[in-house]
Design a protein around this ligand. Sequence first.
Ligand SMILES: NC(=O)c1ccc[n+]([C@@H]2O[C@H](COP(=O)([O-])OP(=O)(O)OC[C@H]3O[C@@H](n4cnc5c(N)ncnc54)[C@H](O)[C@@H]3O)[C@@H](O)[C@H]2O)c1
Length: 329
Amino acid sequence: MNAAWWKNRRVLVTGGAGFLGSNLCHALAGLGARVTALDAMFEEGGANPRNLDGAGVMLVRGDLRDTELHSLARGADVLFNLAAQTSHMGGQKDPVADININAVAQVRLVQVMREVAPGARVVHASTRQFYGRPLYLPVNEMHPVNPPDANGVSKWAGEQYWLLESRVLKRPVVSLRLTNCYGPRLRIRDAKQTFLGIWMRRLLENEPFEVWGGEQLRDLAFVDDVTAAFLGAAEHADDARVNGQVFNLGGAPPVSLRDLADLCIAANDGRGSFSTREFPADRAPIDIGSYHADDAAFRAATGWAPQVPLAQGLRRTLDWYRERLEDYL
Ligand SMILES: NC(=O)c1ccc[n+]([C@@H]2O[C@H](COP(=O)([O-])OP(=O)(O)OC[C@H]3O[C@@H](n4cnc5c(N)ncnc54)[C@H](O)[C@@H]3O)[C@@H](O)[C@H]2O)c1
């Protein structure tokens, strides 16, 4: 990371009060950037007003679908575009709202950025979800796109509109297709953001948690490593081998969910227990089974590599919540 590059940069972070966006905002403010966070503060996602405590960024509450965006985006040097409807079940239940946020509102933002921030770099938060059930592992960027649900379709569409800005207008754009991320500021009230959220809550409350399936592999990315990837992507966005590219972003070496459950208990000083059960019938059709990323391309292009081992990241996450559990329940 090039700390000097960020000093006094004007940065807009959509979804800035959510899990990944807020961690990014803290890092950006720490580097001296002038940060505006836009967030609709939706109840169903990862937004939490406490996420930006002490960050020193300006939070604008507004919905990408109808907020006046010109004043927010005007003169921005960098856009980190993280706002999204992220619920897979939510997208299945209300695919119109899902595509309105993840694709139609993206086009709205694309157009505003053309008008008021034509030179800004864009880093778009994309997802591994739309590869669907992997045909091979690890999954590289050449893997076919095969969305398993409406949310996968809308996220893919949104990403493609941003890539057009690079292809057609030569704007520096990078899209990071993220794996499962975890760390401080994750929604842990329930499993709406990720299964790991509810596991963390149960551990912190000394209750047993459930593992659905158990053999599925995941390559979890600790949020500080994800933040570093976003910053690196922006810094390199106008390099020829970065601009206009999609990159998979993985994390720690893959582990099965059952082994991950054991690691969580170890990170909780050996306290906790879990039971395993079959994947619930209503979710099985959109389950993608095992996934881990081949992120060699992003590493080669930017020099990024994850720094936080899984055991350490899990411990840091649990310790972070111990002091502020009430704010996240
Ligand atoms: N966390 C992960 O493991 C993961 C994995 C793959 C991809 N992603 C992507 O990363 C991005 C951030 O994810 P996250 O985990 O931080 O989710 P999150 O729910 O914590 O953050 C998203 C934020 O966007 C806001 N938002 C949603 N719709 C909005 C709208 N119309 N206008 C303004 N704000 C809106 C929400 O209120 C929320 O705070 C998303 O684009 C997501 O698809 C995350």
